[in-house]
Write a protein that binds this ligand. Structure first.
Ligand code: FNR
Length: 368
């Protein structure tokens, strides 16, 4: 890796130079005028860290657990679609990098590597499978069973995408998956799947999703999933206490606070603002995770202090991948590890358990 790349924003800037417009805009953009995209990051900076000193920081650990699995760092990889647009090794490279650092990788339903390929090439990595529910429930059930057979440890049901948000850059670009790539979890010789490679009118991904995904998705489907799989179910995309409670009632083992990287509704709260209400509502009955705008170890620290068990990264991993495949992805994860370890040492937290809510405070407190 280039020695000039020392933080995630360096990787982002470098990726911006090398990625073709179609892919870069697809990866980068948020919904509509991208207010929430900006605010995800802005809101993290509204929390300040309250460091404690003279606490013997000579021995430290970043290890934690997720769904009973031990991980070496309290952050993992969020599902992002079509990673082979960033690098020929795509999802395989990201999954392998996760394994090397000792954390979880989440594979998207609409990935350019299949569940079986990931299992084969990243057999030591803790693997989660992100599910979109298709109108054809047999297709959906088949995917779930394949993920289970391939040794995936959790099913992450994305609840915030009955259809895809309006992403203006993709409409302008008539976003299409390059012809050499395919949705690896499916046979793509049928007419609907080919929508992605062509794009008749606007964004190819939006057309694909409209034709295949089921907008009638409801809480009954969560109950259905719990019946057809033994994998624990995580609900991804929750932003309110009300839905978190319904999620627990429906049998979720984890609630993943997310606004889909600000790609669905422009104008929802930044995720770090939604986190405290969800943590409070969940009352420790299941684990709570978060993603959205996290790009430094210090950002991760703040979410852990506010009650997240684990933080997930979307775009940072695409930038790492674009800059150097598995090595680039690993470097991004490793930089975050160094940064998180540093902020823990500097603020008096030797272990993840020490990162309690007293460690952070809202910026407004100091304006009193
Ligand atoms: C996503 N996200 C996403 N989520 C999901 O459940 N299934 C998917 O296929 C995708 N695909 C996808 C593609 C791209 C390019 C992006 C940027 C995001 C959302 C993703 O899992 C996560 O919620 C956000 O990316 C987190 O925000 P950051 O880390 O990108 O700021």
């Amino acid at each position: 890796m280039k020695s000039s790349l020392v933080c995630v924003s360096d990787y982002e800037a470098e990726a911006h130079k090398s990625l073709p417009r179609n892919a870069l805009d697809y990866y980068r953009s948020g919904a509509m005028q991208e207010t929430t995209l900006h605010e995800n990051k802005e809101a993290i900076s509204r929390w300040y860290i309250r460091p404690r000193f003279l606490r013997d920081m000579s021995i430290r650990s970043l290890a934690t657990t997720i769904l009973g699995h031990r991980v070496k760092v309290p952050y993992g990889i969020a599902p992002t679609a079509m990673q082979r647009m960033a690098h020929p090794d795509g999802e395989v490279a990201n999954a392998r990098a996760a394994g090397r650092i000792g954390t979880a990788f989440t594979l998207s339903t609409i990935a350019t590597a299949s569940v079986e390929e990931i299992a084969e090439h990243a057999s030591d990595t803790l693997r989660f499978f992100q599910l979109y529910i298709f109108k054809d429930r047999e297709v959906t059930a088949n995917l779930v069973h394949r993920a289970e057979a391939a040794g995936f440890s959790a099913l992450v049901l994305t609840v915030d995408a009955p259809h895809f948000g309006i992403r203006r850059a993709d409409i302008r670009n008539k976003f299409a998956l390059p012809p050499n790539l395919r949705m690896a979890n499916f046979q793509t010789d049928d007419e609907k799947s080919s929508l992605l490679n062509t794009s008749a009118g606007g964004s190819g991904i939006t057309e694909y999703v409209k034709s295949l995904f089921d907008p009638s998705l409801s809480w009954d489907d969560v109950a259905w999933l719990t019946r057809i799989t033994k994998m624990p179910i995580v609900l991804k995309g929750i932003l309110t206490a009300e839905d978190a409670i319904l999620g627990i009632e429906a049998g979720a083992a984890g609630i993943w606070v997310s606004n889909h990287g600000a790609r669905q509704i422009d104008g929802v709260p930044p995720t770090i603002e939604a986190l405290p209400e969800v943590v409070k509502a969940v009352k420790g009955q299941c684990e709570v995770y978060i993603d959205g705008g996290f790009s430094q170890g210090n950002d991760i620290f703040k979410a852990l202090a506010l009650g997240a068990q684990m933080v997930f990264l979307g775009r940072p991993m695409l930038w790492g991948l674009a800059c150097g495949g598995e090595e680039g992805a690993y470097s991004v994860l490793d930089i975050l590890k160094t940064e998180l370890d540093s902020v823990m040492a500097l603020s008096g937290c030797a272990t993840i358990k020490d990162i309690t809510k007293e460690m952070v405070i809202r910026k407004e407190y100091y304006a009193r």
